[in-house]
Design a protein around this ligand. Structure first.
Ligand code: NI
Length: 177
């Protein structure tokens, strides 16, 4: 079911979410279905459970190649629960981000360029990956949602924060997540 996405200003986006303790439950399966439906409906690249008002440490993300957006970096469709994340090098990279909870805006946000992350899938199976670039950015953005952090809180250069149509003027903007 497509759920309403909370918008910046809603205090539920500022709460630290709780770990999932029971896997393979109907409730967790339904949450993931709802998150996928909602993300697909809004053409998002990622979504965190707190964005639909569920204070659990569950995120989903994924980006497929699209001829309308040449050069976009593909990210595998992933369900990531109780994530742990650490930088894999000191390198910081700035890049554009948008958020489904901050619709219509984009900002220039510093992130670790390479990270190692681990967590569980919906069945509780643990997995880990070392990633870089847009994949690393999306994971950091989504995990921030679990700690009550929205990307505008990380912006350093506010001259590069604004309305999508004004910033991109017909060029393909980065997806919201
Ligand atoms: Ni977001």
């Amino acid at each position: 079911m497509i759920r309403e996405v909370l918008k910046m200003g809603d205090p539920r986006l500022l709460v630290r979410a709780e770990p999932v303790r029971r896997f393979s439950t109907p409730e967790l399966a339904q949450l993931i279905v709802d998150m996928r439906d909602t993300m697909a409906h809004l053409n998002g690249a990622g979504l965190a459970a707190p964005q639909i008002g569920v204070p659990l440490r569950v995120v989903i993300f994924g980006v497929r190649a699209d001829p309308r957006y040449p050069g976009i970096e593909e990210v595998p469709d992933t369900v990531l629960i109780n994530p742990e994340i650490r930088p894999f090098s000191d390198e910081i990279e700035e890049g554009w981000e948008g958020c489904l909870s901050v619709p219509g805006l984009r900002g220039w946000v510093p992130r670790w360029r390479r990270i190692h992350y681990a967590g569980c899938d919906a069945a509780g199976r643990r997995f880990e990956r070392t990633v870089e670039g847009f994949h690393a950015r999306v994971v950091q953005h989504e995990v921030d949602h679990l700690d009550g952090i929205l990307y505008p809180m990380r912006i350093r250069d506010f001259s590069r924060f604004g309305f999508t149509e004004a910033l991109f003027r017909g060029a393909a903007p980065p997806p919201e997540e």
